[in-house]
Design a protein around this ligand. Structure first.
Ligand code: NAD
Length: 396
């Protein structure tokens, strides 16, 4: 197999952008992927200037339309293997659709798009064309999220009764958008963010963490979407009581008005045999609580099979995914890198005409993106009915 690095093209990322930077570090982390092109800004002139000023050489394009069109006639060595979409939510659908139709794989930021109609079209197109499509739910990339998923889905905690999946931040506790702050401005605007502010922005991460780790689906929601900061159009506090597909219950909650809280994403899972606790601000370990036993802390890269809780053998692919010795801390960038690494493996298989799975076990796929949008739309309906139970739509 060729060891030529995959070519990645950026959609968005110029002029003070945020999430492009962790992504670009993660893309370059293994030397097997590199960013070679970008349409970095909506204004064509600025897009070209920003590309010319990028910290390493990339080919700048005036727009993503131009970048995608140019790919058709580019020499084989310069063709894009995937695009990374790091624009605000209202600029996800169009470049993703056009890239797939042009035969380019897509790694897209969350939430997937603005509404369920768009989400359904993206799922169907990805299925019809067989194009790999990842969604950047960062926190699935922590090795401890992988271990949590293994523990819960192997039944080691028994039947899951209760999940509390949460994400607290404090940066929108004041009307930051009134100062023109870039990241705040579009996140509180329904035309650019979608039907929910806080829920779409970080509630979808809490939902995805629940779905990824437990393998359970939310079937009904009773939602309270609240706005504490006066004059803001979208929710800044999002509290959703959920019924789960196994009959259990969950709280999926997010808030952006919790002063002092930074990226307090975490999950507590309570089963009939024990509980699991994990926090992304301390992502190298997870805690298992069993009846009448001292709590157990499991560290990335330092687990022992057959220790009285874990079984005698552990999946080889799980163990192989911890690449740095335990105690040399991994964090946010490493989680992103693990997602890009796994996506790369699927893109390489696809390019070679081989089967790839994209089954959601290594990174969120377009169907997971659809579930996030379905959740938001169902929560909006329930919240408008003062928290009445509303069923989630059937998955595609
Ligand atoms: N996975 C995560 O942990 C995580 C964290 C933060 C943000 N996000 C998501 O990433 C996306 C971007 O968020 P951000 O905070 O980086 O936003 P940002 O405002 O910092 O950056 C957005 C970038 O997109 C560019 N852009 C806008 N329209 C464009 C167009 N038509 N063509 C080219 N470029 C265009 C802007 O100029 C800017 O460079 C959002 O969907 C957000 O929800 C995800």
């Amino acid at each position: 197999m060729s060891n030529k690095p995959l070519n990645v093209g950026l959609v968005g990322g110029g002029k003070g952008a945020f999430i492009v930077h962790p992504h670009q570090k993660a893309i370059h982390m293994d030397g097997t992927r590199r960013i070679v092109a970008g349409a970095l800004f909506p204004d064509p002139k600025v897009a070209l200037e920003e590309a010319a000023n990028w910290p390493y050489p990339i080919k700048g394009y005036a727009s993503y339309d131009e970048m995608i069109a140019a790919n058709a006639t580019a020499p084989a060595a310069e063709k894009l293997d995937y695009i990374l979409i790091v624009t605000p939510n209202f600029v996800h659908y169009d470049p993703a659709m056009k890239a797939m139709q042009a035969g380019i794989a897509v790694f897209c930021e969350k939430p997937l798009c603005l509404n369920l109609k768009e989400a359904a079209k993206l799922v169907r197109t990805s299925q019809t064309l067989g194009v790999p499509f990842g969604v950047a739910h960062t926190y699935l990339g922590h090795w401890t999220s992988r271990l949590s998923r293994y523990i819960v889905q192997s039944g080691l905690l028994g039947d899951i009764r209760w999940v509390d999946s949460y994400y607290n931040q404090g940066w929108l506790a004041t009307k930051l958008e009134a100062t023109g702050q870039q990241q705040a401005s579009w996140r509180v605007d329904p035309k650019r963010a979608g039907g929910s502010g806080c829920g779409g922005d970080i509630g979808t991460h809490a939902l995805m963490q629940l779905r990824y780790v437990t393998g359970l689906e939310v079937t009904q929601v009773s939602a309270q979407m609240e706005t504490f900061v006066q004059g803001r159009q979208l929710d800044d506090h999002f509290t959703i009581y959920c019924k789960l597909s196994n009959g259990g219950k969950a709280l999926v909650r997010a808030s952006q008005i919790c002063i002092g809280y930074k990226n307090d994403l975490g999950i507590t899972i309570a089963g009939t045999k024990g509980s699991l606790r994990w926090r992304q601000e301390d992502p190298e370990c997870l805690t298992i609580c069993l009846p009448n036993q001292p709590d157990r802390t499991y560290w990335r890269g330092a687990v022992s099979a057959g220790d009285g809780f874990l079984p005698k053998t552990l999946p080889a692919d799980l163990l192989a995914e911890s690449t740095l010795p335990a105690g040399h801390p991994e964090a946010f960038h490493d989680a992103f890198a693990r997602l890009h690494r796994c996506f790369e493996a699927d893109v390489r298989k696809w390019r070679a005409g081989k089967k790839f799975s994209s089954d959601g076990s290594k990174y969120a796929n377009v169907g997971d993106g659809w579930s996030g949008i379905a959740f938001i739309e169902t929560c909006v309906k329930s919240s408008k009915k003062k928290g009445a139970w509303v069923a989630m739509p059937k998955s595609l």
